[in-house]
Write a protein that binds this ligand. Sequence first.
Ligand code: DAT
Ligand code: MG
Length: 147
Amino acid sequence: MAGNRTFTMIKPDAFEAGHSGDIIKMIEEAGFRIVAGKVTQLSAELAGKFYEVHQERPFYGELCEFMSSGPIIAMILEKDNAVEDFRTLIGATNPAEAAEGTIRKRFAKSLGENAVHGSDSDENATIEGNFFFTQFDEVGIRKVAAN
Ligand code: DAT
Ligand code: MG
């Protein structure tokens, strides 16, 4: 069964350009609810750890440098079928190939500086969410709904 959470970052290019508000608006209008979020900045070392699956790729150094170059907004998002639906909302990795109406089509500058991150599996959504947040940072969604 598909999970109901994913993890995202508004990357330094989009944050710096002042697109965070528009991106969050697109995320909310697509039916995602933000259950944890913060503005932070990764060190190169932490960016390297987050993206360690890519460490053998030629762009790894550039990626870590970029991801630690400025503030980001990290968020855990909730929605049915969250991982897949969020990947659809953000569009292809390369904005030149991203579909119309996607976040990357609208805001990404290039393949390397592509505005947003989205987890690629339920397992990675959990790992990535836990990289940035503890349970104390997350909205108690059921409790709020019950009140
Ligand atoms: P995605 O972010 O769509 O999941 P990915 O996991 O394959 O893409 O790569 C992680 C990030 O690395 C991606 O958002 C941008 C950067 N990247 C990927 N391929 C690249 C390439 N060929 N050249 C430069 N940067 C690249
Ligand atoms: Mg990826």
